[in-house]
Every structure is written in C-alpha cells, then in structure tokens.
Write a protein that binds this ligand. Sequence first.
Ligand SMILES: CSC[C@@H](O)[C@@H](O)C(=O)COP(=O)(O)O
Length: 372
Amino acid sequence: MSLIPIRWVSQQARSNALERDIVRLALLDQRLLPGETQEVLLENAQGVACAITDMVVRGAPAIGIAAAYGVALEASVSLREADDWQTRLATACDVLASSRPTAVNLFWALGRMRDVIKAHGSSTKAPYDALLREAKRIHEQDLEDNLRMAEFGAQVIAASLEDGVTQCEVMTHCNTGALATGGHGTALGVIRTAYAQGLITRVHVNETRPWWQGSRLTAWELVQEKIPARLAVEGAASLIMQQGVQSPQGLRWLIVGADRIAANGDTANKIGTFSLAVQARAHGIKVMVVAPLATFDATLTSGDDIPIETRDASELRQAGNRQIAPDEIEVFNPVFDVTPHHYIDAIVTEHGVVESPDSDGVGALLGRAMRG
Ligand SMILES: CSC[C@@H](O)[C@@H](O)C(=O)COP(=O)(O)O
C-alpha cells in the first residue's frame, strides 16, 4: 500500500491498439488516518470535486494539485467518449472550482489548466497530454517550492535565536505537511528542515478541532519522521506559551501555513490561527506563515474579503459515531479565520521572506517574483 497522498495511476491498455490507457487519480484517504491507510481511486472531475469537498484530500496546495489532475482525468474521459470536449472541460473546471471556497490555490491551479485549454482551443480532441503535463508540473513545482521555503524558514529561525542559543521549540497548527502539499510541506516543511539542521528540539502540535488535522495528520507525520513532538488541545496554547518562554531554549515560534494571503499580508488559515497569533504576541513568541506564491490573492486588498468556509454542524455534534452535542443546539463551524498582518512576523515563500508583512512588503515580493 502506497503512502503517497496524491498519485496518478496509468494502466496500459490490454491489446487493442485503439484502446487507450486507463487512468485514475489515487488519493490517500485523509479521513481515515491515522487508523487506516486506504486509497480512493477517482476517474473523473466530478469524483475529484467530491473528494475535495469531503476532505479525502485537504490542505491548500494539495487541493490545487488534485483539482489539476481532475481536469486531466476529464480530458481522458472526453477522448474516450469523443464528445464536445470544450463544454465538458469548462463544466469540469466549474465543478472543481465549487468544491471548497477558501484555499486560493484551487483557483490558481484551475487557472493554469484553463490556460492550457485555451491554448489548444482549435484542437479537435481534448488536449489530454498537455493537461496531464501541466498537472504534473504543478505537482512537482509545489514540492520544489516547499523545499525552497523550508531552507528560507530554517534561516529565519536560526537568525532569530538569541546569542549563545542554538535551538528552540516551535508550535504548529493544523496539518501543513506532505499530506497537505506536493510533499515535504509548508510550515511542517520548515519544521522538518529546521529539525534536520538541529535548530528545533520539540514541536508543540495543536489538536486542531473539529477535524483534528493536528492530532490525526501532523502527529502522524511527526511520529513517522521521529521528530520529538507533543500534542495538546489548542485551549492549552496559552499555558504552553507561558511555560515555553521561560527557558532560553523554549518556545520561540508559532509556524503555520495559509489558505489565502491578501495583498496586505492578512492571512486566512485554519480556524484558531488568529487566536494563537494573538496569544503568541502576548507571550513574545514570533509568528511565521509559510506559503507558496500560489496562496497569495493580490486581487484582495485585505483579508476582509476572503471567503470563509463553514462546514456541517455534524462535525461539532458528533465525534465518529458518538453524539457529543444535542442535535437541537445551533452550531457555528467556520473552518478558517483571518490573522491580521500586524500579528505576523514573517511570511516565508519560495521567492524569499517578507518580514513584518504589509502591502509594501508583499507588493515588493510579488513584483520581484514576477520579474523572475
Ligand atoms: C499547506 S497547508 C496550509 C493550509 O491549507 C492548512 O493550514 C489548512 O488550513 C488546511 O485546512 P483544511 O481544512 O484541512 O484543508
């Protein structure tokens, strides 16, 4: 059983020269981790969209990658059925775009796929090969970006340590590791690399209610990597920070990912991030956001306009098969919040670091990146 979170599977056609290879997208079912490792096999864009909505795959970059493969899958269906491919693929992109609203990486990846579709507008057949190539490029590029961000982030941690101090502890929220990305991770990628460089002694992992990305996924990744970590409910964060700042090698950084970053640096991330950033500021702990440029939405001047997904009440009323709140109670289940940029000390991207982010800093970074 493979533990690769997103895998393109191509099975050679049996004999008939006219038959095409059978292609599928295999997603490691993150709803079942850490208890079970099982893959879901998908054969069209609708299936991928449902898998994103149902959180078989989650995490901003991973959602974008899966959606890109979803468009390629749909192109293969179109070749088989020899239909009006333009209409089919336009519908597929729309269906995928409606799967989750907050992570802008989804719309960024679909934008890249739409560009490929447009470039092949005059073809008689769906541009399957070109779309699959682009999806693979998005996937590979994400891993490369993760590794670059990890180096930058580790440098930021090293530079922040007081004279004579060489190591510290960090806290993270949600899951931003290999499961949420093309591999390695954003925030967890920085933690991995900084640990390998001897900069981190322990990771404080927040449970991340109500879906438990922290306990089910981040804890699982850290245990596999043998990185010392301790799990706690996010309600314990202030206590952990209060105790953590008392020793010179104690807790120094809150390191998180992002689902969408506005032009002024306001950052949408997993619900609870804003509250953790406020607590971190109160304790003198620094806040690092780690995200590729694909997570920036320069069309939004501030975080006020970032769409915040709310999910089903059952996520709070039930834990597995157990009822944990009365069905009659009104439930509010927003799954992201926006941390204002002035609570963030550094945004780490594959194109470098913006310290004390604001519109000027983010604008300069995006401008630099555009110039190459
Ligand atoms: C590299 S992942 C960054 C974010 O996507 C992550 O922190 C997060 O909020 C994921 O939310 P999820 O609801 O699990 O998709």
